[in-house]
Design a binder for this molecule. Structure first.
Ligand SMILES: Cc1cc2nc3c(=O)[nH]c(=O)nc-3n(C[C@H](O)[C@H](O)[C@H](O)COP(=O)(O)OP(=O)(O)OC[C@H]3O[C@@H](n4cnc5c(N)ncnc54)[C@H](O)[C@@H]3O)c2cc1C
Length: 421
């Protein structure tokens, strides 16, 4: 075996979570690792980089600071190295723009030497004591693998995007924004942060939509994401411990109740939307607006260049027909079992629906050699996608792999108690 191709750790995917892992690994010289990503370079949600949109985690919840504030890959070091510190300080913003976060991550990428972009993982299979990782370019062997491939856009089963040139997913919003702005009407489906950001962005151009700017959700209201302090204590390792300790039935019962903790809209944005609607009302802007909750999309039919949406009103039990020229599906994301893991299937701890039955240390096999990032909702709860907990999860993974406490995981960090201990 060509030993230059054998690594202690290979990360599949370079989103913020595996990038944070790469940054932490850089301080552990004994660990030989590489990270691969199919994209040509790091670019975080480019279709949703709407100017002015901000992070939902504070700047210090960067790739490394929560566990290693001395790391050269911290956000503050990024500011310092790029002569941005003073203006950042005067600007007094805890929540930086998404653009600035993306720039920071790209700067971290420029410093790390073991990131391979333009490389797609096509197969992972057992190979003696290691795993063989095949890509579109070459192959490698690894003792440990960390899968951080993120989620894919969720498209309701009723729609076939290829048949509707004016039906898009929110993740592509900016690529189609110009086309949307040239339509007489646009309809946004969903009531998460992305849906609200897109509605707000288009609302600024309301005059263009002579036939209407519309916003529907199946949720019972356009609710804010809860951000009160004692609830924020649930976005901590201690709450993950608690959630993990529950039996599967309890976890499955609890999980849907947590949607207001991560799915809603930033309350400031709800207020800004309302304020803009009010301002436009005072100015007698007459382009129609339609905002309605409880409406579940059941069908989209194409008529020439227009579409008819069918909604089922969940409270009235009635169907509603709605004509529009373009649709933005802000219907979220979901994780899927990747094809490249198929040869590994029998070795992995999977649930009946192909989700992962992860261990507390985020491994999904008996030997603690394959780990997942941001796909452990079933076992670890709603925090899986929370960027502020990425460094913590990476610490657990790294300490497990290296069998040493390279980075400390602290306990007793919150005021309240979960469970009885
Ligand atoms: C618009 C938007 C804003 C968000 N803002 C926040 C926020 O402010 N705070 C917060 O806590 N969370 C936020 N989230 C949620 C979440 O944390 C992010 O989506 C985050 O990007 C998830 O990181 P990741 O590393 O899991 O995956 P991703 O960022 O999706 O990265 C996965 C990478 O894996 C690569 N990949 C996939 N398959 C392969 C393969 N076979 N081979 C090689 N590479 C592959 C992809 O190219 C991709 O680059 C946001 C989500 C969205 C959609």
């Amino acid at each position: 075996m060509n030993t230059t191709k054998v690594f202690d750790l290979i990360g599949i995917g370079i989103g913020p979570f595996n990038l944070g892992l790469a940054a932490l690994c850089d301080d552990i010289s004994q660990l030989k690792c590489i990270f691969i990503d199919s994209k040509p370079s790091f670019d975080w949600h480019p279709g949703m980089m709407i100017p002015g949109t901000r992070m939902q985690v504070p700047f210090y919840a960067d790739l490394v600071t929560p566990v290693n504030p001395r790391s050269r890959y911290s956000f503050l070091n990024y500011l310092c190295e790029n002569n941005r510190m003073y203006r950042f300080g005067i600007n007094e913003q805890l929540f930086i723009t998404r653009k600035e976060y993306n720039g920071y991550c790209q700067w971290v990428c420029s410093l790390l030497k073991n990131l391979h972009f333009n490389e797609i993982c096509t197969l992972i299979e057992p190979s003696g004591e290691n795993y063989k990782i095949t890509t579109n370019k070459t192959f490698y062997y690894a003792k440990h693998i960390v899968i951080g491939i993120g989620d894919i856009p969720y498209i309701p089963k009723i729609t076939n995007l290829e048949e509707h040139e004016n039906v898009i997913h929110s993740s592509d919003y900016l690529f189609y924004r110009k086309r949307l702005l040239s339509q007489p009407s646009v309809t946004i489906i969903g009531s998460g942060q992305s849906a609200a950001e897109i509605f707000y962005d288009l609302l600024h151009q309301r005059d263009r939509f002579k036939k209407g700017l519309n916003w529907f959700t199946r949720a019972e209201r356009f609710y804010p994401m809860e951000y009160s302090k004692l609830t924020l204590e649930m976005s901590t390792p201690e709450y993950i411990d608690f959630f993990f300790s529950l039996n599967k039935e309890k976890r499955d019962e609890l999980f849907p109740k947590h949607s207001v903790l991560y799915k809603g809209i930033n309350s400031n944005l709800i207020n800004e939307i309302y304020n803009l609607l009010y301002e436009q009302w005072i100015e007698e802007n007459s382009s129609p607006i339609h905002i309605e909750a409880n409406c579940e999309l059941t069908d989209i039919k194409k008529h020439g260049r227009n579409c008819t949406c069918n909604f089922y009103h969940r409270l009235l039990g009635q169907s509603i027909e709605h004509n529009t020229h373009a649709i933005v599906l802000a219907t979220g994301f979901h994780s899927t079992f990747p094809d490249f893991l198929t040869p590994m299937r029998s070795q992995l701890q999977l649930n009946a629906n192909d989700t992962y039955n992860a261990k507390r240390n985020y491994s999904i096999d008996a030997y603690d050699s394959i780990f997942i990032q941001n796909a452990e909702q079933d076992t670890h709860g709603f925090n899986a996608a929370d960027l502020s907990l990425g460094p913590y999860r990476n610490t657990i993974i790294l300490n497990t792999i290296s069998k040493k406490a390279y980075f400390k995981t602290k306990r007793k960090i919150i005021f309240q108690k979960f469970g009885i201990i």
